[in-house]
Design a protein around this ligand. Structure first.
Ligand code: PRP
Ligand code: URA
Length: 211
């Protein structure tokens, strides 16, 4: 069993049902995009459970009452490309979130991440960051993206992935034990090409129809 001090597996019937469809090789890019956004939204419910809040007084049509509002800006950071597929489902729930981008791809021969783009909002370190990528395989991309965020001063980093391999969870546990990880499924293993088994294939290609 992969260990990470802050791993949460979101075992929920609605998520499992959508994961079954996402894994299905017959699912079209159109349906794949819609499902990935929906799962990302459902996962956000748990990943945002302890966001910082501030008490506030509001007047309903009937009387005043005490409520809470989010107190710190949340930044959503998709890892390009495949992380883009998760943005729509999360931003629908947190429309005030800022969005930064970190561009990384895995070198197919070394499986090491190559960083090609980074654009983050100026106050990214002032609040929680939701780092999103559908796949956590070797963990190289998530670790590299976390390092980029750390260099910008970010402390509260929450990684949301649809499918994780035990190898990636272990690597994150060693390199970034303080990053909380939320996954919809913890799969069996990586194959010799670094793909997750059983997985769902190449997430970026399935979102964008590039293969
Ligand atoms: C995929 C995926 C992750 C990475 C995971 O991206 O979206 O970013 O691989 O693998 P790792 O944990 O071994 O680093 P890919 O490199 O295929 O780029 P893409 O999103 O542009 O398709
Ligand atoms: N990236 C993907 O898109 N899928 C995998 O299975 C592993 C890495």
């Amino acid at each position: 069993m992969a260990s990470h001090p802050n791993l949460t597996i979101l075992d929920h019937p609605l998520i499992r049902d959508k994961m079954a469809r996402l894994r299905d090789e017959e699912t079209s890019p159109e349906d794949f995009r819609r499902l990935i956004a929906q799962v990302a939204g459902l996962m956000t419910f748990q990943a945002s459970r302890d966001l910082p809040v501030v008490e506030t007084t509001v007047r309903t049509p009937l009387e005043e009452t005490e409520e809470v509002r989010l107190s710190a800006p949340v930044t959503l950071v998709p890892i390009l490309r495949a992380g883009l597929g998760m943005v729509e489902g999360i931003i629908a729930l947190m429309p005030e979130a800022n969005v930064g981008h970190v561009g990384l791809y895995r070198d197919e021969s070394t499986l090491k991440p190559v960083t090609y783009y980074c654009k983050l909002p100026p106050f990214v370190a002032d609040g929680p960051v939701f780092l999103v990528d559908p796949m956590l395989a070797t963990g190289g991309s998530a670790i590299a993206a976390t390092e980029v965020l750390r260099q910008h001063g970010c402390e509260d980093i929450r990684l949301i992935c649809l499918v994780a391999a035990p190898e990636g969870v272990l690597a994150m546990g060693e390199a970034c034990p303080d990053v909380r990880i939320f996954v919809a499924a913890l799969d069996r293993q990586l194959n010799e090409s670094g793909y997750i088994l059983p997985g769902l294939g190449d997430a970026g290609d399935r979102i964008f129809g590039t293969r």
